[in-house]
Design a binder for this molecule. Structure first.
Ligand code: NAI
Length: 252
């Protein structure tokens, strides 16, 4: 897949840093051309820097596109940019995500909506935007970032857990819709991964998490990226509608 004409093309949302940046790198390492994405000016600049680094390191084409995935028009423009640059979209990784934690009793309605809008509706918006090209090509891989919080629940995260559980429902329903068209849809449910998102945890929360993780360490973004790269590959063609935890044994 090193030939630019025939290389597969991937979109990774929220790939300016953390898990998204690691997934974009893992896909570029497989020879895919990649569209990185950030929603703010700052994250776009970081995504542009990532894109240059991937192009230099792996000899692929990589570009960064600003889009807020919660907005259906911006999600459509993101897919259009990938199609224009590469003529195809083979992989979509719905990675963009936010938290607005707090106990339900005190949670503002806006904090519930904001998290659902980005994490769940954002995944729908982007999936919808790539379904036509993927089904027309009869080749596609949609990989959605859920969370163990969406599988098992987590106090202080009713908004986040609901959005990530919603992502699982979306994954399963969409997998059934498009399986006969060569498109697979799977979800990854990470546990505690060392990124800016978890850097916000207190020392106490971190220590409590470590106690519960069987392998005794937080995960690295690359631990999640390795699974995403496999699910994006041809070897994963017969795996669809699945939710796979990457959590070092946290939920055992
Ligand atoms: P992060 O906070 O480091 O990165 C999130 C990325 O999403 C950033 O690039 C940010 O710019 C982007 N983003 C935020 N809102 C956006 C929007 N509206 N449109 C486009 N991009 C947007 O987070 P991290 O830790 O790398 O998480 C990535 C994904 O993995 C998220 O969906 C998160 O919920 C999920 N996850 C992370 C876990 C962890 O322990 N870090 C655990 C379980 C799931």
């Amino acid at each position: 897949m090193t030939d630019r004409e025939t290389a597969f093309a991937a979109i990774v949302t929220g790939s300016s840093r953390g898990i998204g940046a690691a997934i974009a790198a893992a896909l570029a390492a497989q020879g895919m051309n990649v569209v990185l994405n950030g929603s703010s000016e700052r994250s776009l600049a970081a995504a542009e820097e990532q894109a240059r680094a991937l192009a230099d390191r792996f000899g692929v084409e990589a570009l960064a596109v600003a889009a807020n995935v919660a907005d259906p028009d911006e999600a459509a423009a993101l897919a259009a940019a990938a199609l224009e640059a590469f003529g195809r979209v083979d992989v979509l990784v719905n990675n963009a995500g936010i938290t607005r934690d707090g106990l339900a009793m005190r949670m503002a309605a806006e904090d519930f909506d904001a998290v659902v809008d980005v994490n769940l509706k954002g995944a729908f918006n982007c999936a919808k935007a790539v379904l036509r090209p993927m089904t027309k090509q009869r080749h596609g891989r949609i990989i959605n970032l859920s969370s163990v919080s969406g599988v098992y629940g987590n106090p202080g995260q009713v908004n986040y857990a609901a959005s990530k559980a919603g992502v699982i429902g979306l994954t399963k329903a969409l997998a059934k819709e498009v399986a006969r068209k060569g498109v697979t849809v799977n979800a990854i449910a990470p546990g505690f991964i060392a990124t800016d998102m978890t850097a916000a945890l207190s020392e106490e929360q971190r220590a409590h998490a470590l106690e519960r993780i069987a392998s005794g360490r937080l995960g690295e973004p690359e631990d999640v990226a390795a699974l995403a790269a496999f699910l994006a590959s041809e070897d994963a063609a017969y795996i669809t509608g699945q939710v796979i935890c990457v959590d070092g044994g946290l939920t055992l």
